[in-house]
Design a binder for this molecule. Structure first.
Ligand code: SAM
Length: 268
């Protein structure tokens, strides 16, 4: 996959792209990331990328020219052709007004071959970028950040770990929180590890007894069915506590319903 990031702060990305899975994916050529400094696409001596808003109002707006000019150097199909041909490429504008990033959206983007991320700043980006260049706007959450760089880094990380071969253990991205459809992953319903659209189950490692805080006995005993049931119950418990909305989106088995009833009974 090739990722282009358009930003006025390319140095911001020293760090987010240089560690762990993203770094390894870059080194092995699984993902190629190019940073484009929007100031290189200006033509005045102050390298101006922003201007005052038409119609008045607070702050400054990121000008359209540097973004259009930068995009024109990337050899992409026009937005119209991209969308009409369902090309495996997308130009994404980071915006709090965008569609909210979640695991299915990350999975959708991870299937593309080319992704361009435009980072806004100031009061935002001239709307013609959204109207004529970007084919989607993505928000990383319902809060306002000072710029799109954090969002771009979040998107890069969340999609890179979904690329086949990015994780050491292929199964792990399929087993994490939010991942739906274990039957499509080949893990099967009897796996001890699937999340099935719930939050992930709790993980423990050695020591089994840390300052008197003990790992659940079941995990030490090696009975796979018991382990699967305990993990499922814990995943249901945490989902009910922290993200009850997810329970409406998953299909619960009769065993899940029983575990949930137990949990709710215990809560009273
Ligand atoms: N005036 C805009 C509004 O109220 O919707 C906010 C602009 S924000 C201060 C500047 C830039 O940060 C945006 O253009 C966008 O690129 C980025 N940004 C801010 N919050 C974001 C979020 N939740 N998700 C993605 N990008 C965000």
């Amino acid at each position: 996959m090739k990722i282009d990031i358009l930003t006025i702060f390319p140095d911001f990305f020293r760090g987010p792209l240089d560690y762990g899975i993203v770094r390894r994916a870059r080194e092995t050529g699984l993902v190629e990331i190019a940073l484009h400094d929007l100031r290189s696409f200006t033509h005045d001596k102050h390298r101006t990328v922003d201007d005052r808003p038409f119609g008045g109002g607070e702050g400054m707006v990121l000008k359209p020219e540097p973004i259009f000019e930068c995009i024109e150097t990337l050899g992409l199909a026009s937005r119209q052709d991209r969308v009409a041909a369902k090309a495996p490429q997308s130009v994404i504008l980071l915006s709090p007004q965008g569609r909210r990033l979640d695991q299915p959206v990350a999975a959708e983007i991870a299937r593309l071959e080319r992704v361009v991320l435009i980072c806004g700043r100031y009061e935002g980006v001239d709307e013609r970028v959204s109207d004529y260049i970007a084919d989607r706007e993505i928000s990383i959450g319902d809060y306002v950040l000072s710029g799109g760089e954090m969002g771009a880094a979040v998107i890069v990380d969340s999609i890179t770990r979904l690329l086949p071969g990015a994780l050491g253990n292929e199964a792990s991205s399929r087993q994490e929180s939010f991942t739906l459809h274990p039957e499509l992953t080949g893990d099967g319903p009897s796996s001890t590890c699937v999340s099935g659209g719930l939050l992930d189950y709790p993980h423990y490692t050695r020591p089994a007894d840390f300052r008197g805080m003990k790992v659940p006995e079941v995990l030490l005993e090696g009975n796979h069915d018991e382990i699967r049931r305990l993990r499922r119950k814990k995943a249901l418990e945490k989902t009910l506590r922290n993200r009850p909305d997810l329970l409406d989106r998953v299909t619960l088995s009769s065993e899940d319903e029983k575990l949930l009833a137990q949990i709710k009974g215990n809560e009273i």
